[in-house]
Design a binder for this molecule. Sequence first.
Ligand SMILES: NC(=O)c1ccc[n+]([C@@H]2O[C@H](COP(=O)([O-])OP(=O)(O)OC[C@H]3O[C@@H](n4cnc5c(N)ncnc54)[C@H](OP(=O)(O)O)[C@@H]3O)[C@@H](O)[C@H]2O)c1
Length: 370
Amino acid sequence: MNIAILGYGVVGKGVEKIARKNKINVSYILMRDIDKLTLPNMTKDLKEILNDSNVNCVVECIGGDRPAYDYVKEAILKGKHVVSSNKKMLVNHFKELYRLANKNNVHLLFSSACGGGIPWLKNLAYIKENESILGFKGIMNGTSNYILDKIFSDGLAFNDALKKAQELGYAEQDPSDDIDGIDTANKTILSMIIAYGINFELKEIFIKGIANISDDEYRFALNNNYRLVLLGKGLKKGNKYTLYVIPTFVNKNSQFFNIKNNYNCFSLYTDNLKNLSFVGQGAGSLPTAQNVINDILDLNNPYKYEFNGTEKPDYSLIKSNFYIHTKNKISTNLIKRKIGDNIYVTKKINIIDLKKLINKNDFVGEIENA
Ligand SMILES: NC(=O)c1ccc[n+]([C@@H]2O[C@H](COP(=O)([O-])OP(=O)(O)OC[C@H]3O[C@@H](n4cnc5c(N)ncnc54)[C@H](OP(=O)(O)O)[C@@H]3O)[C@@H](O)[C@H]2O)c1
């Protein structure tokens, strides 16, 4: 197998390192900076890579939308398989890239784009071959989990926990995609594609992150023996689908209660398997790179998924108890309890009704088993 790595950063370097041990030949590494061409297989010229018929697979780990999208598209058009770790680009252009890959008889695999080192998407695809996935949920963002763990385990304030995450390289200087739930939403969309063959637009999704957490939420969790985790959730009922991202208060019986540091945990439910979880490193150079390598090694017999179109989430599908910390007074019969100044617990309501009660910067959480 001859591959070309596009993007020689955290993931790309890990892929190069592990490839050698797996008899995968790294024919090219695409660089953008001429001063960084330090190895004989490095090039600045994408055409050189795409015109080389010996290259079977292009591994995209540049990140971001463009030029990653353009390069992946060109690679597919040239008949190369593509393995990508880039959730943002995949979510933005999935429909087009999937159809193009099918038309050109190549595979588009992206296990590492959701779960870093955890072979989540691959197993999701494998399981759904034989049994319907009723639903799934997961701690999909290591940065948020690290921050919440430091708040709950070590009593740090949100800003101190975020600073620590940045010092350790877990959080970007601009951490908004992580703490606002966007990263989790992208990963939830990729999971929906594999589980159900249905794609969703990011702008249609109900997304609440952890950015507005305060001491009140911390106290509510402690007083009720809960822990707070940021979950992406997806499910299917009949032929309707829903997905959303929300901080969730879970009790000690939950598989998410003890997920520490920047670890991730994905769970799925089926009639026969019941509840099946995958826990591991959701990011990092070697864990992520190993998942990329697994996709490359699988190219002769890759996990199967199909794509049946784009839908809108149906937010009437689930009913739950929600915690709302708002700047407004809420007075409606949808409220079960008022537990503090502008803090409420709702009755079991759906997300359509929840949306009517909240504003953009309110902290909103779901309470499991309230
Ligand atoms: N890091 C993780 O743990 C992890 C886990 C799962 C998924 N991912 C995903 O994997 C992707 C890569 O992440 P990363 O952490 O490896 O990012 P990174 O460390 O920033 O690496 C990206 C690399 O791409 C290079 N690059 C940028 N534009 C380029 C271009 N036009 N041509 C060639 N090279 C270009 C950059 O080069 P310069 O050095 O010149 O800037 C950099 O070396 C992202 O989509 C990310 O979401 C990352």
